[in-house]
Write a new protein. Structure first.
Length: 142
């Protein structure tokens, strides 16, 4: 069986979320939900947001904390977060120029959601590990 493409999975999940075609919300909310799920579910967004939980950070400090992120991907992730109002970008008129990024109240709400996911993983970690072990032994076929 072929894997289901990521965009198809996200659309399916978004359809069941508030604003989805299977929920009593408008299409604008549906589109926003789908877009945000795609952004938050990417490889870097939550790691970048978490790196800002200690306070304002410069680009190089974020890149040092988020291991493996390229300059290009960090720039793209930060731009998306600024665009959505989850972080602020403050440029200081200094020589050399200094730019800092900081979580907004909306970004802190996203951190709360991320903590909820970590809590869920901790609460169900043993069950998840057992399920993976069963699957990896071949006792459960897809």
């Amino acid at each position: 069986m072929a894997p289901i493409p990521r965009d198809t999975r996200l659309e399916s999940l978004a359809a069941r979320m508030p604003g989805g075609s299977d929920a009593p919300c408008d299409s604008e909310t549906h589109e926003l939900t789908r877009d945000l799920m795609g952004q938050v579910a990417d490889r870097w967004t939550l790691l970048v947001v978490a790196s800002l939980s200690d306070g304002p950070q410069r680009f190089s400090a974020i890149q040092a904390v988020v291991a493996g992120v390229s300059h290009r991907m960090l720039s793209k992730t930060l731009r998306g977060l600024v665009r959505d109002g989850m972080i602020t970008r403050t440029a200081y008129a200094e020589v050399p120029p200094r730019v800092e990024y900081e979580l907004t109240p909306l970004g802190w709400k996203l951190m709360d959601l991320a903590h909820g996911f970590v809590d869920w993983a901790q609460d169900h970690g043993q069950q998840l590990r057992e399920s993976r072990a069963r699957f990896d032994r071949g006792s459960e076929a897809v």
